[in-house]
Write a protein that binds this ligand. Structure first.
Ligand code: ATP
Length: 236
């Protein structure tokens, strides 16, 4: 099977300061990959680089065989990557329905076919919140809107930047269950996290970032057999 995503030799910088170094990452369609690393390791920057939101200093990013490195983020979105950003990027003065509408795009091949009805099945709480201003929602409700809005863009690959960040444990567990549903449906996802407990049940493989380098990668079982990888680079 050909790769959904194949990243090679990727470097990225903010102005003069290089933040990502020689990143290599591959995944097949239907896989769920964790991007692990402490605060400042480069997880957000890597997601932004995949989405065309930071300037690259070389390397390639192949999505379904097409090199998307250097393309504008709207083109990358059209080609099939959706980002759920860490800060959720709600339009606070717009309603939930309006925020969701902003993400909507028909499925390119009609296969995934996310629509309002389907996102309300996944996030039943959103149905009754449609008329509420997004700025008045709780953090957990905003996160549901952010994920639902991205799904409505019918991406082939969803990037979730610390989806459990700042949420109460019970809400984190609920979100993990909802992401588990997406996984079982075959959605390809990259999930970044600082700690492992939230995401480990969801993932096939993990990449561990530190100081902008990938230090380890492998299945969770492989990484479990290498405790040094966990203790040096991951917060529990
Ligand atoms: P966090 O958990 O804080 O989101 P992270 O693993 O996502 O951490 P990044 O946000 O990608 O890490 O940050 C990687 C490095 O890039 C850090 O050293 C950070 O200070 C730096 N950095 C992030 N954003 C910028 C920016 N806009 N300008 C300059 N440097 C930045």
């Amino acid at each position: 099977m050909s790769d959904l995503l194949d990243v090679a030799g990727l470097n990225a910088a903010y102005g003069a300061s290089q933040v990502l170094h020689d990143i290599a990452l591959r995944m097949s369609a239907g896989e769920v990959i964790l991007l692990l690393g402490r605060n400042g390791a480069g997880k957000t920057t890597l997601m932004k680089a995949l989405m065309g939101l930071v300037s690259l200093r070389g390397g390639s990013i192949r999505l379904n065989g097409t090199d998307i490195a250097g393309k504008q983020s709207y083109e990358i979105a059209r080609l099939g990557i959706g980002l759920v950003p860490e800060d959720r990027r709600m339009f606070a003065h717009l309603t939930v329905a309006e925020n969701l509408q902003l993400g909507a795009k028909p499925g390119a091949d009609g296969r995934t076919g996310w629509n309002f009805e389907r996102v309300f099945q996944l996030f039943p709480d959103l149905r009754n919140l449609q008329g509420r201003k997004a700025g008045n929602l709780s953090g957990g409700q905003q996160q549901m809107v952010a994920v639902a809005r991205t799904l409505l863009g019918n991406p082939d690959l969803v990037l979730l930047d610390e989806p459990g960040e700042g949420l109460a444990p019970v809400i984190v567990e609920q979100m993990a269950n909802q992401l588990g549903v997406l996984r079982r449906e075959g959605l390809s996802m990259i999930i970044s996290e600082q700690n492992l407990s939230f995401a480990r049940k969801l993932a096939d493989r993990a990449y561990i970032l530190e100081s902008g380098y990938i230090r380890h990668s492998g299945t969770l079982a492989e990484l479990d057999a290498n405790p040094d990888a966990w203790t040096r680079y991951i917060a529990f």
